[in-house]
Design a protein around this ligand. Structure first.
Ligand code: BMP
Length: 452
């Protein structure tokens, strides 16, 4: 299931379109579930995503050269949405025959050169509405090539109606519902197994450090209701710009690796800086400086990338000691720049030890330019930010050394502040939907961690 399907099932539940209990259905039978998708049409984004899923289904089925028709009334918004989005002619089936004029049952037929019609409905329970409509299309000499419904809740497929395809089956919804409940249960269990005190909210921590970026990010997270940093590890800066212009409003940080970019261009960098101001996010260059001081200065301020001119955040490995951060402390712009120290890593086999991490924390405390740590846990007090990479819900790792943990684990159990998500967003079917999903998971986990 991709993130768009996930999103629709999530909205079905959140918009109260699905209820559990004892219900009598239209055909008189008893059911433990009630499904009424009418509330979905309140959300244009939901209609749009449903139309995208219908489009994928139609492509998969290779249906072509049809007019589209929504069954009255529930199918109409989707058929019209589809017609507009995918430039497909539509006809309109009435619920009752017109009592004047041409006594039409179907509008839009005059001069129509298409011979086939595709029907759209929201839910199929027995198939009676589809069956009742067939006679009207027969009269209009339109061949019904098939029907697409959002939800198939038939207990059994009697085979009476041909070519009914659904975006979801009742089992999908039930499965998602139990996954959601289990997730909530897991969160609650994780929470109650946690012995530490509850965390302070982001807002309550403002002022605990004099570092401006620390305070800016805490305020920004509260304002955007987002603790999501996205790692856009693409090799094209143009693509990064394009994606950021769509998801920038939902994130607080974009993390980059400029040295993997193949179309680097300082002008484009300036445009990304402008975007970061307009959409309010911070640019983090994940350069992990670890050189002798003089080389660090050239890497930061010079070379092709001139990182100091566009990056708000940069990070350091302290394997070479504190010389880089000493220098950074003198040359950074405290107004909108700060440093992060790599105190722990997410990948298998890394050489970080407890002792090393403690030494990194001690160095961090000595420099005003340090606003936080790259870490897998909250490793020091509330006066630093903790940014956690290696976040994902679907897989435990990649084919190499990366290891993933869930946003719940990072924010509720391990007490960190910002989740950094890379390929679980960039390589998903819909970058926007996955961004929204991780934003929601990150924020709801943070809220849960406050409740103790
Ligand atoms: P992904 O979510 O696609 O696995 O990407 C993780 C990103 O975070 C990469 O850009 C990687 O360089 C970075 N990262 C990491 O994975 N683990 C660390 O401990 C530190 C990192 O900077």
């Amino acid at each position: 299931m991709d993130s768009r399907q996930h999103y629709i099932l999530q909205r079905i539940i959140e918009l109260n379109c699905f209820k559990e209990g004892k219900f009598t259905l239209k055909n008189g039978s008893e059911s433990n579930y009630y499904i009424n998708l009418r509330n979905l049409i309140r959300e244009p984004e939901v209609i749009k995503v449903i139309c995208e899923l219908i489009y994928d289904k139609i492509n998969f089925l290779s249906w072509k050269d049809f007019v589209i028709c929504g069954l009255p009334y529930a199918g109409i918004p989707y058929a019209q949405g589809y017609s507009i989005l995918y430039n497909t002619p539509s006809v309109f089936l009435r619920k009752e025959q017109k009592k004047h004029g041409m006594n039409n049952m179907i509008d839009g037929l005059e001069g129509l050169d298409k011979k086939k019609v595709l029907l759209i409905d929201d839910v199929i329970t027995s198939g009676s509405s589809i069956q009742e409509s067939l006679v009207h299309f027969e009269k209009a000499k339109l061949e019904v090539i098939g029907t697409i419904v959002i939800m198939d809740r038939r207990i059994e497929n009697t085979g009476l109606i041909e070519n009914v395809n659904s975006l979801f089956k009742l089992e999908d919804l039930l499965q998602y519902n139990s996954y959601r409940k289990a997730n909530l249960l897991q969160e609650t269990q994780l929470l109650s197994s946690k012995t530490e005190e509850s965390r302070k909210s982001y807002g309550e921590r403002v002022g605990l450090s004099n570092n401006k970026m620390f305070n800016f990010l805490l305020n920004l997270m509260e304002e955007k209701k987002s603790n999501l940093a996205v790692s856009l590890d693409y090799t094209s800066l143009k693509q990064i710009y394009k994606i950021l212009s769509v998801i920038g409003e939902h994130i607080v940080i974009v993390k980059l690796h400029m040295d993997i970019i193949e179309d680097f261009d300082m002008d484009l960098c300036s445009q990304i800086v402008k975007l970061s101001k307009d959409l309010k996010f911070v640019i983090f260059e994940d350069r992990k400086f670890s050189e002798i001081g003089s080389i660090f200065q050239k890497q930061y301020q010079g070379g092709m990338y001139r990182i100091s001119e566009w990056a708000n955040l940069v990070n350091f490995h302290l394997i070479s000691g504190d010389s880089n951060i000493q220098l950074f402390d003198k040359i950074y712009n405290p107004k909108d720049q700060a440093g992060l120290l790599v105190a722990q890593m997410s990948n298998k086999g890394n050489l970080f030890s407890k002792d090393y991490t403690n030494q990194v924390i001690e160095i961090g405390k000595r420099f005003a330019s340090v606003c936080g740590f790259i870490s897998q846990e909250k490793i020091a007090g509330d006066g630093f930010l903790y940014l956690t990479p290696g976040i994902g819900i679907a897989k435990e790792g990649d084919a190499l050394d990366q290891q993933y943990k869930s946003p719940q684990q990072a924010l509720i159990v391990d007490g960190t502040d910002i989740i950094i998500v890379g390929r679980n967003i960039t390589q998903s079917k819909s970058v926007v939907k996955s961004t929204l999903l991780y934003k929601e998971l990150g924020w709801s986990s943070y809220l849960l961690s406050l409740r103790r």
